[in-house]
Design a binder for this molecule. Structure first.
Ligand code: FAD
Length: 447
């Protein structure tokens, strides 16, 4: 009786505990991916994410094939698709790595119960976070609300386990079970095909991810602490989409970083922010829709002005750093972290647009958009979320540009028309809008 390995946000063969367990069980292994756009509460993927998923699945299928196994693609509510497939192939066991969003957990728990009741062996594994969300707790057992003590406490726990190697061979079934055709899922944009910039920049899949990790650690990591805030320096790892899709696990990244011998403390603490985002989502499942600090519900957002939102989305605000960032995002599915903070702050605090509109745009356009990090960081910038980022800390896009893009290289790369003769005029006055934002914030302070 074959073992099913249900791939989700872990599109890799190395350090995949569910796959390892299936191989060790000694029966044929069938990989499956379910495009689930039906289960209640599961957030539909954004456009850039769908593009990445297509390519990453294509590679995963190839790699499983090379090892002797198969990847079955099915579409529908996972709660029905997985048991149906298990029945079709006469599976004796179903394995997966855990997910941490509440809708996903609900699906998984229901499935586990149903499959176990049918006599199958079901096991789930820790693979996507260094520490399970229920393991990092304050002295009184509550989740942490601030990063620094969170990360300190996480580091007191036993160190992250060593990553598992990819299986050398994976025995597959005698006959290939029926599978959807990946192309028919239409994850790639066609008319228009806006993905040219994504193709130029990224090579999705486990091979590209492993190569990138190696290149970062041997070429860039030494300069990370000094240059990570400069958007034109190319000093950061660009691993976020790889971690998002699980082409690499955080265990692999963690251990490779330490073994590289470079000074990686700053880099590892960024992995800590990823952990903190996911732990926060686990404890506050409505992170993408509700203010973490409920006092923020009193914030008097003015009526949405669609032309302002659209100017921000298109990178036509007249503030060069903001415009460059928004165009980097649109063209390539990515934006440097410093510029994400500046563009998000600008939307919320200079255009007075509710952070949820920005979060949704990033969700649709980022190749690394994930259901924890994206809303977590938006709330962090808004001042409605975890950590001590008070609302009145407002990034000034002009000062930020002077400080982090002093020679204008980043702006010239992404928005050359934003500087010099004929440059667009600013759509708002920074000082006036700053004052208006602070006045609006008074309502939160009173709440
Ligand atoms: P590096 O500096 O090389 O960091 C290494 C890894 O640490 C990253 O790959 C990422 O997995 C993690 N990391 C770094 N910073 C953060 C952070 N602040 N929060 C959580 N994880 C972090 N990151 C996402 O992965 N997905 C998102 O949807 C996302 N949305 C964001 C929205 C806003 C408004 C802001 C301000 C930040 C957002 N980030 C998000 C965090 C951060 O900008 C990206 O993780 C980072 O820019 C990715 O580039 P890198 O891999 O080169 O980062």
């Amino acid at each position: 009786s074959p073992s099913l390995v249900w791939f989700r946000d872990d599109l890799r063969l190395a350090d995949h505990p569910a796959l390892r367990a299936a191989v060790d069980r000694g029966e044929p292994v069938i990989g499956v991916y379910v495009l689930d756009e039906e289960s209640p509460g599961i957030r539909a993927l954004g456009g850039a994410a769908r593009w990445w998923l297509h390519h990453s699945l294509a590679e995963l299928g190839e790699r499983l094939g090379e090892k002797g196994s198969v990847l079955v693609l099915r579409r529908g509510a996972a709660g029905e698709v997985i048991p149906a497939l298990a029945r079709d192939v006469g599976a004796g066991a179903v394995y997966w790595n855990r997910r941490y969003g509440s809708a996903e957990r609900e699906v998984d728990t229901g499935l586990k119960e149903g499959l176990c009741a049918d006599g199958l062996e079901v096991q789930s594994f820790a693979a996507s976070l260094l520490h399970e969300p229920w393991t990092v707790r304050t002295g009184t057992g509550t989740p942490y609300g601030v990063f620094t003590p969170f990360w300190k406490a996480a580091q007191q726990l036993p160190p992250p386990r060593a990553p598992l190697p990819a299986p050398r061979q994976i025995a597959g079934p005698h006959a290939h079970p029926a599978t959807d055709d990946l192309d028919e899922w239409q994850l790639l944009p066609t008319s228009p095909d806006w993905a040219g910039g994504l193709r130029d920049r990224w090579a999705p899949g486990e091979r590209g991810a492993t190569a990138r990790l190696h290149a970062f650690l041997t070429e860039d990591a030494a300069d990370y602490d000094r240059a990570r805030d400069e958007p034109s320096a190319g000093a950061t790892s660009l691993l976020s989409p790889r971690l998002r899709w699980g082409e690499l696990s955080p265990f692999q990244v963690w251990h490779a970083a330490i073994e590289s011998g470079a000074r990686v403390g700053g880099f590892l603490s960024e992995l800590g922010w990823r952990e903190f985002s996911w732990h926060t989502l686990y404890h506050f499942p409505d992170l993408a829709t509700k203010n973490l600090r409920s006092a923020f519900d009193a914030f008097p957002w003015p009526r949405l002005r669609p032309s302002m939102l659209s100017a921000w989305q298109k990178g036509e605000t007249g503030f060069p750093l903001v415009d460059a960032g928004m165009r980097e995002l649109w063209a390539s599915g990515y934006m440097h972290n410093r510029v994400r903070m500046v563009t998000a702050s600008f939307l919320i605090k200079n255009l007075l647009i509710d952070w949820r509109h920005g979060e949704q745009w990033f969700w649709d356009t980022l190749v690394d958009a994930d259901e924890a990090s994206n809303p977590f960081n938006w709330q962090w910038v808004a001042g409605s979320g975890a950590d001590a980022a008070p609302y009145f800390r407002i990034f000034n896009p002009e000062l930020q540009a002077k400080k982090f893009d002093p020679d204008g290289r980043y702006v010239k790369e992404w928005a050359p028309d934003a500087v010099g003769v004929g440059a667009r005029l600013p759509i708002v006055d920074l000082a006036d809008t700053r004052k208006a934002a602070l006045a609006a914030y008074e309502a939160v302070k009173r709440a």
